[in-house]
Design a protein around this ligand. Structure first.
Ligand code: SIN
Length: 493
């Protein structure tokens, strides 16, 4: 048994933001991550950070754009907290040495992304913003933060509505039990539940599944954002082609060179992401190939080094100006219900970043608000811990007896998710996937806790995918009207 004050599960921007703030104040933190410390969605994020820092902008507009993208299903207080605090949090990050892209006069450059009324997105290293911010946040950590890599959190230690720590397994199969005053879930979203995704391979919905087994409240799980432009060759996705490419003049065209967003939405290629994703998908289902035409983008290679690299690694020559694209799962607006301070309904359990549902994104996230959420609400969460006292005793864990075998493959789960709870859902079909999931409930009634000794890491990942997929499907079935990223049709398939 290891004693810790604060444990953070996950290592993306939300996790690092919490850890950085806590260690600055002398608190000891343990960060536990299933992969390597940079294996997170944040490191892959190409977009940037939206923040009302330009003298042409103000945070009320950022608020309005966030609410409009989220179809007003957002928690308006949480949105106001996010956008009004953002400029200061970014200034503080810059003060720690973070370098965002600037023009020749040294002014911050603001890029454009979908559904923003003006240029508001700051970048670092062109399309390498996420990685650069992760690197800076890691540099900001002190020796009070210990990072344990290649160790998977299996289940939270919870009794009578209180969290006492976490049980993990390392890559040699050894179990570890941690006792902690605070546990923060920062495991990212659910991208790997779908066959095409921009997410890291480690992102299998673990946070939601663990929280569910611990009795945490979950919210808005039906809202899964699909990004319209993943580099896609022969049905296989190879990485994100940032929306900033469209912000810089890229246009979606079919094989004949016709612009597919003409007449679909007044904002055309910069329409809200769900609208563009559905349009690209509709063409894709008809067997048409869709391309991002980048001929109008100046200096593409220097502005988009990551996209260029992904294309070149996969045999696509960007100098020919046509990048083959199709949509892929990108971001989960739903998650563990949490306040902007990260509080959940379980005492001592917190959630931050994509794992949390603070309500800021509503039914559809505004582009480049996710790194921002991790930074701002990560700081709020740390401030909460710093200003409150919690010291819990220990508990004796009840070790569950349940084991699993005959699990499906990850690919099977991904195919089913795309078919039934993907970009377009059919109300009279969703029950099929719910029934399919139910056959894997070990006791026939629920996705209960498993025996950690008799369950491998791979089995846990699959089980977490089944659990989270089941919960997403149930939420999708319960929301009868289309809104934002939840698009449901009532006709026969
Ligand atoms: C992108 O670069 O297109 C993604 C940005 C985001 O998801 O906010």
């Amino acid at each position: 048994m290891t004693e810790a004050d604060i444990i953070i599960i996950g290592s993306g921007i939300g996790a690092l933001s919490v850890a950085g703030e806590l260690c600055k104040n002398g608190r000891k933190v343990l960060v536990i991550t299933k992969g390597l410390k940079k294996s997170c969605n944040s490191s892959l994020a190409q977009g940037g950070i939206s923040v009302a820092l330009s003298d042409k902008d103000n945070y009320e507009w950022h608020y309005e754009d966030t609410m409009a993208a989220g179809c007003n299903l957002n928690d308006s207080d949480a949105v106001m907290k996010l956008v009004s605090t953002a400029p200061n949090v970014i200034r503080e990050l810059i003060d720690t040495g973070m370098e965002f892209d600037r023009d020749s006069q040294g002014n911050l450059m603001f890029g454009r992304e979908a559904a923003h009324r003006l240029n508001r997105v700051i970048h670092a290293g062109g399309d390498r913003t996420g990685l650069r911010v992760v690197e800076q946040l890691i540099r900001n950590l002190t020796t009070d933060v210990t990072v344990i890599q290649n160790q998977m959190a299996l289940d939270l230690r919870v009794k009578d509505g209180k969290c006492y720590g976490v049980i993990t397994k390392d890559s040699d199969g050894n179990l570890h039990t941690y006792h902690a005053n605070y546990v923060v879930l920062a495991t990212g979203g659910i991208g790997q539940l779908y066959p095409s995704t921009s997410n890291d391979v480690t992102i299998t919905g673990d946070g939601i599944a663990m929280a569910y087994r611990a009795g945490a409240k979950l919210k808005n799980l039906e809202f899964v954002q699909f990004h319209p432009t993943m580099l896609t060759i022969d049905g296989q996705a190879y990485g994100l082609v940032s929306e900033a490419c469209r912000g810089a003049g890229g246009i979606l065209v079919n094989e004949k060179g016709e612009k597919i967003m003409e007449g679909v939405h007044p904002l055309k290629d910069l329409a809200p992401r769900d609208v563009v994703a559905r349009e690209v998908y509709a063409h894709y289902l008809k067997g048409e190939k869709i391309f991002l035409d980048i001929s109008a983008v100046d200096d593409f290679k220097s502005k988009f080094p990551t996209v260029t690299e992904i294309c070149e690694d996969n045999g696509v020559d960007v100098s020919k100006n046509l990048i083959p694209v199709a949509p892929g799962a990108h971001f989960h607006m739903g998650g563990v219900e949490a306040t902007p301070d990260g509080l959940t309904n379980i005492d001592g359990l917190f959630a931050v970043g994509e794992t949390a549902c603070t309500g800021v994104h509503g039914a559809n996230r505004l582009a480049s608000n996710s790194l921002l959420e991790g930074l701002v609400f990560g700081k709020f969460l740390a401030d909460y811990i710093l200003t409150h006292h919690r010291k819990v005793g220990n508990i004796i864990d009840d070790v569950p007896e349940t084991t699993v075998d005959n699990l499906p493959t990850k690919k099977e789960i991904q195919r089913k998710m795309m078919e039934y709870v993907g970009i377009v859902r059919h109300s009279n079909e969703i029950h099929n996937i719910i029934d399919w999931f139910k056959q894997y409930m070990p006791d026939g009634k629920d996705f209960v806790k498993l025996n950690p000794e008799k369950t491998t890491e791979e089995q846990y990942e699959i089980y977490n995918m089944l659990t989270t997929g089941y919960l997403v499907a149930k939420s999708a079935m319960d929301r009868h009207e289309s809104i934002g990223a939840h698009y449901i049709v009532k006709d026969e398939k």
